[in-house]
Design a protein around this ligand. Structure first.
Ligand code: TYD
Length: 192
């Protein structure tokens, strides 16, 4: 089973993902961007304010393809539980926003290039926070963490959740980390 954690920067995904490592010691914990050289290329692009958004989409997508081939598919083939901090929905939501005005119907475009090769998550925990809270919580302030941009990203996440309500579970992430972790653990217990 493939479980993904999604949400804006500052939604607390990574805190939840770390907490779950104690609850599910046998699961494979992974993330996007990955720790490979593909992921490093993505991180370089993140710090470049002038990066071309189409070039950036393909860097992220290359990282995803390698992640699937090297980590996600082999673990699922062994019957392991895989829990990923960000996954394909991050591209649909974030690059769906950066590509606005660059390509027509950006989110559909990004989904279209994934569809032939990706493996959809079985369950996606969407940690929902408003853009203002997210921006205030994330301290690093990379170019994707500005309020206006985060609003657009959040609208895209909303469209994704509306389109596949059975795959997504929305968690109110404006609450304390303990409350969020509790709810996530209950949902996982029910679904596993
Ligand atoms: P993040 O998971 O927040 O990394 P970190 O471990 O450094 O907190 O991801 C970094 C940024 O990359 C974040 O602002 C969201 C952005 N991002 C995309 O724009 N598209 C993607 O496909 C992914 C995976 C991340």
């Amino acid at each position: 089973m493939l479980v993904t954690l999604e949400g804006l920067d500052g939604s607390g995904k990574t805190t939840v993902w770390e907490a779950l490592q104690d609850t599910y010691p046998d699961a494979v914990f992974t993330r996007e961007p990955t720790e490979t050289w593909y992921g490093e290329a993505v991180r370089r692009s993140l710090t470049d304010d002038d990066a071309d958004p189409v070039a950036e989409l393909f860097l992220y997508t290359a990282d995803h393809a390698a992640h699937l081939a090297q980590t996600v598919r082999p673990a699922l083939a062994e019957g392991r539980l895989v829990i990923s901090d960000r996954y394909s929905d991050s591209r649909y939501a974030y690059q769906g926003a950066t590509l606005e005005g660059v390509v027509p119907r950006p989110m559909e475009y990004v989904r279209g290039i994934h569809q032939p090769f990706t493996r959809a998550p079985d369950l996606t925990l969407y940690l929902d926070v408003d853009a203002e809270t997210a921006a205030a919580r994330s301290d690093r302030g990379n170019k994707f963490e500005r309020v206006e941009h985060l609003r657009q990203v959040r609208d895209n996440y909303e469209r994704l959740v509306d389109g596949e309500p059975e795959r997504f579970h929305r968690v109110d992430a404006t609450r304390s980390p303990e409350a969020v972790i509790d709810e996530v653990e209950q949902v996982l217990q029910r679904r596993l």
